[in-house]
Design a protein around this ligand. Structure first.
Ligand code: FES
Ligand SMILES: [Fe+2]
Length: 323
């Protein structure tokens, strides 16, 4: 994991108003619930008294009550009441569990992973998507989230994995790709063409006017956007579960059709096509070994893998920075 980052971890609608939720993220079990004002609260899902799962408890006045002996936790992970000791007896400061800062916007929930005092005010999001409507598909992948990210940065796989969908036309020759990194945002420009047997693929610095090309964007640590057109985009969040598992949220965003019923239908069709494409990827990616990618590993990468190389390199820098 990269420390000191906001990670998308869930869609807003998955966390209901009156019911705590148990999830696994960052290799840890977490208890989430909504406080009195609907705010997202998140603490470690193991009671410091005797280890019970707190998410099996109930929400009382915006705080979480352990189902075993009724200890009450606030959103900072501190215990405010030990019923067996009585309301008058102060609770020792050491009675607490780990808590996480949260942020909620655009129908997504983020958690700050790292040192709480270093948390920035809010996470980065592709704000231009604010006036699009969307439909979401959630899928569990049996690989570390680094592998699910790299799959969406991979421009070499298109004519093979997606031969019947977005990769039709046998465009196997990869020019570039041009990769531009600005801070934690990576944009890459794709130009795949048919191989006539007489053309050598262009190096990234041989491509002029690359800004006219089809582009994809990735922002660390875990969101991605595909510029299908001015009015249609695909968005993905790659959520870290543990060393061998991740969750991919794919959203189909559009602002072509705004009439409610038609919009719903259009978004639904968009979602179905996203599912078909994503399943083509999943079938192959889940066979990759090891299940987690590293900066230095035993793979022989080629020029077309530049986005993946750039991702690994910068991820490695951020991991070192966060330590
Ligand atoms: S185990 Fe939670 S209160 Fe005892
Ligand atoms: Fe793919």
């Amino acid at each position: 994991m990269i420390n000191n980052q906001w990670y998308v971890i869930l869609e807003s609608k998955e966390l209901k108003k009156h019911k705590p939720l148990r999830i696994k993220r960052f290799n840890e079990h977490l208890a989430l619930w909504r406080g009195n004002n609907g705010e997202v609260c998140c603490i470690a899902d193991s009671c410091c008294h005797r280890g019970v799962s707190l998410s099996c408890g109930k929400i009382v006045n915006g705080e979480l009550e352990c189902p075993f002996h009724g200890f009450v936790y606030d959103k900072t992970g501190k215990i405010n009441l030990i019923p067996a000791n009585g309301k008058l007896k102060p609770v020792p400061e050491t009675m607490k569990v780990q808590s996480y800062k949260s942020h909620e916007a655009y129908g997504l929930i983020w958690l700050w992973y790292g040192e709480a005092e270093k948390a920035t005010e809010k996470p980065f999001f592709f704000e231009e998507l604010g006036d699009f409507s969307y439909s979401t598909f959630k899928d569990h992948w049996n690989v570390h989230y680094s592998r699910s990210i790299e799959n969406q940065l991979d421009v070499v796989h298109l004519p093979f994995v997606h031969r019947t969908t977005i990769g039709s036309g046998k465009k196997t020759l990869v020019n570039g790709p041009v990769v531009v990194r600005e801070g934690e945002l990576i944009t890459f420009y794709v130009n795949n063409i048919k191989d006539d047997g007489k053309t050598i693929s262009l190096k990234p610095d041989e491509i002029v006017d690359y800004k006219q090309l089809f582009q994809l964007r990735f922002h660390f640590p875990n969101i991605w956007q595909n510029f299908i057109s001015n009015k249609i985009r695909a968005f993905a969040a790659f959520v870290p579960v543990d060393d061998e598992n991740s969750i991919v949220y794919i959203r189909y965003y559009q602002k072509m059709i705004r009439i409610p019923i038609l919009r719903g239908l259009f978004n639904y069709i968009g979602k179905i096509s996203s599912i078909v494409i994503l399943r083509q990827d999943k079938r192959v990616v889940e066979t990759q070994l090891p299940k987690k990618s590293e900066f230095k590993m035993n793979e022989r990468l080629i020029m077309g893998d530049k986005p993946i190389i750039e991702y690994r390199k910068h991820r490695h820098e951020l991991i070192e920075e966060g330590q």
